[in-house]
Design a protein around this ligand. Structure first.
Ligand SMILES: [Fe+2]
Ligand SMILES: [Fe+2]
Length: 148
């Protein structure tokens, strides 16, 4: 069992892990919807949504496994997702999600720097989110017409 400095830290970590797990569910489900909707429009983009969705699924399990390991109970919230059929709207929503994730993980990386295992996992996930955001932004920049 991981040693926490105090009970407040333990609660803080478990609350953050719960938030992360649920946000990762939101991203995974949203990208699967976008993978399906983009299939008949842009094959390459559709594949990119799938690979991002699979990354997000790994992230869900990184965080849920830590909740269990640290003595918590995984708790699920509703996952509101963008279901737009329009590629530009999808990418705009996905980029916003990735930005939000990067901000969340950057903040947690500072707050939890003393906990090496946790910080290491957050750092790996943060790197993936950076890749996703860059990929989506690249697609969006290549689409014809003005940005939303
Ligand atoms: Fe993620
Ligand atoms: Fe991501």
């Amino acid at each position: 069992m991981m040693q926490f400095k105090n009970e407040r830290d333990r609660e803080d970590v478990l609350n953050s892990l719960t938030e992360n797990m649920n946000e990762e569910f939101q991203a995974a489900l949203q990208y699967i919807c976008h993978r399906i909707s983009a299939k008949g429009i842009d094959e390459m983009l559709s594949d990119s949504f799938k690979s991002a969705a699979l990354d997000e699924m790994s992230h869900i399990l990184f965080f849920s496994d830590l909740i269990t390991k640290y003595g918590g109970t995984p708790r699920f919230t509703p996952w509101p997702i963008d279901q737009s059929p329009d590629v530009k709207a999808m990418l705009t929503s996905d980029i916003a999600l990735e930005k939000k994730a990067r901000e969340r993980y950057s903040g947690q990386l500072e707050r939890f720097a003393a906990y090496a295992e946790l910080a290491g996992i957050i750092k790996n996930v943060l790197d993936d989110e950076g890749d996703h955001e860059a990929l989506f932004a690249d697609y969006l920049a290549r689409l014809p017409g003005p940005a939303l």
